[in-house]
Design a protein around this ligand. Structure first.
Ligand SMILES: C[S@@+](CC[C@H](N)C(=O)[O-])C[C@H]1O[C@@H](n2cnc3c(N)ncnc32)[C@H](O)[C@@H]1O
Length: 315
């Protein structure tokens, strides 16, 4: 997040076989790729290359282990509709936030207004359960996080901004420079480090919102008009059935099963902390989500089977 520069050019996407992809910093410092840290992100140029190589205009992209949504951002930039699925609620929150097109000024205005309200708000006493909160957070940080969480969950926050604000809130904690008593919580090997001083939760939140606003401005500049539809759904890739010939590209970077426990690395660590986003998700998933027009494919949620089915809609 610290090095984002809106003017970093998007890397050239090589199509001829045998060319080299750019995995350097310039490969991810554009659009919303840097809104939130995520363990084992896919390099954006790889997803961009696959989309350019294997899909045509309007062709559906599916990522059944979408993580923080790298494939989905690249699909949006390429003008391809996409469906992303993940079992991890934090991953879905980040992915959703990264593909939301907003007026960046609204984001900074909302963040400034929320901080003003949080500063005035009383600490409700809410604390996350299941962790030794006094070890991991200074008392003043706990109170500020609690106040900020309350105001983000409040009813006067505009719905399209809520996942982004919740994501920025989470990025205060799951980051290399977290407000917690920890160094590098973004990855699985974090290290305890007691904070001698107040890390100033509210200032950091506003700062992150300002930086994110630049990223959202950059995203908007790059996305073709009209924007392709991107959906993010809760689901288990192992229970997804796909009718043949619907998507032009199935692109996933699966978990490093023996190296990284994603649930531990992200959602369980955040137990409750990012729950200010809870209102952004339907409780049981959609019954059917249609994507890319009236005759496009549909993602059906089959509640009894507890699985998704992606199938075409015949006129
Ligand atoms: C390597 S990460 C994907 C990273 C992603 N490409 C990105 O750039 O952020 C793997 C993801 O697979 C998800 N995952 C693991 N098992 C899954 C399953 N059975 N169904 C859906 N998602 C799953 C994890 O929650 C994690 O977000």
């Amino acid at each position: 997040m610290s090095q984002f520069a809106a003017d970093v050019p998007r890397p050239e996407i090589p199509t001829p076989a045998g060319s080299v992809l750019d995995f350097s910093a310039a490969g991810h410092l554009y659009a919303t790729h840097q809104v939130h840290a995520f363990a084992a992100k896919c390099p954006p140029p790889l997803a961009a290359w696959a989309i350019a190589e294997y899909t045509s205009t309007g062709g559906l992209v599916v990522d059944a282990m979408a993580g923080s949504g790298t494939t989905l951002v690249e699909a949006l930039l390429a003008g391809r509709p996409a469906i992303g699925i993940d079992i991890d609620p934090l991953a879905r929150l980040i992915a959703r936030a990264k593909v939301t097109l907003i007026d960046p000024d609204r984001l900074t205005d909302a963040a400034v207004a929320l901080v003003a309200r949080a500063t005035e708000a009383k600490d409700s006493g809410w604390r996350p359960e299941g962790i030794d909160v006094d070890r991991w957070f200074r008392a003043d940080v706990q109170a500020d996080l609690s106040r900020l969480r309350e105001v983000i969950a409040g009813s006067d926050v505009e719905e399209d901004l809520r996942p982004i604000l919740a994501c920025l809130y989470s990025s205060l904690i799951v980051a290399r420079t977290s407000v917690a008593n920890v160094r590098d919580i973004a990855h699985s090997r974090h290290h305890y480090q007691a904070r001698p001083e107040d890390p100033k939760v509210f200032d950091r939140f506003t700062d992150r919102a300002r930086r994110a606003a630049k990223m959202y401005a950059d995203l908007r500049r790059r996305v073709p008009d009209p924007a392709a539809e991107i959906r993010v759904e809760d689901g288990d890739a192992t229970a997804l059935t796909l009718e043949a010939g619907i998507a032009e590209l199935y692109f996933s970077s699966p978990p490093y099963c023996s190296a990284l426990d994603y649930t531990r690395a992200t959602s369980s660590r955040l137990r409750g902390l990012a729950s200010c986003s809870a209102r952004t998700r339907p409780p049981t998933g959609p019954s059917a989500a249609r994507i890319s027009g009236p005759s496009g494919p549909r993602l059906h949620w089959q509640p009894r089977m507890r699985r998704f089915r992606l199938r075409s809609v015949r006129p």
